[in-house]
Design a protein around this ligand. Structure first.
Ligand code: DAT
Ligand code: MG
Length: 140
């Protein structure tokens, strides 16, 4: 499997509970390298642009409001099969369905406030990385 990069976001429910370090330890323990990272506070419009694919879903307003409610940590994770590996470490979208040891099982508060975002495919990973980072900011 090839080396990949994926976009990760530590969401407001996790940054406000000071869980950034514990979540980053999960990524690093799984062999994912943090090659870019910054803390930002999204506007609702920016959150809506990032999650535009979900614009017709009933939870869109709630999702964008939540993502703009407090700072987030956006990061690029690199490693062998990083996209799938990150999704594994994250766990299922709904923490009630997430496997033991996953970030969402251990830390997520609900299906909406679920601590982390991770890209779901190579195309979305490339788009989502470019949404937040320039090439100069990716330091492998
Ligand atoms: P994932 O974040 O696991 O890729 P997704 O892409 O289906 O999940 O949805 C994006 C985010 O939208 C998800 O992390 C939290 C929110 N969301 C999804 N389903 C929801 C629901 N039924 N109610 C509230 N928020 C939801
Ligand atoms: Mg998704």
């Amino acid at each position: 499997m090839a080396t990949e990069r994926t976009l990760s976001i530590i969401k407001p429910d996790a940054t406000t509970r000071n869980l950034t370090g514990k979540i980053n330890a999960k990524f690093e323990d799984a062999g994912l390298r943090i090659v870019a990272q910054k803390r930002i506070h999204l506007t609702p419009a920016q959150a809506g642009q990032f999650y535009i694919v979900h614009k017709d879903r009933p939870f869109f307003g709630e999702l964008t409001e939540f993502m703009a409610s407090a700072p987030v940590v956006v990061q690029v994770l690199e490693g062998e099969g990083a996209i799938a590996k990150n999704r594994e470490v994250m766990g299922a979208t709904n923490p009630a369905d997430a496997a033991p040891g996953t970030i969402r099982k251990e830390f997520a508060e609900s299906v909406g406030e679920n601590s982390v975002h991770g890209s779901d495919a190579p195309e979305t990973a490339a788009e989502e990385i470019a949404f937040f980072f320039s090439g100069l900011e990716l330091v492998g």
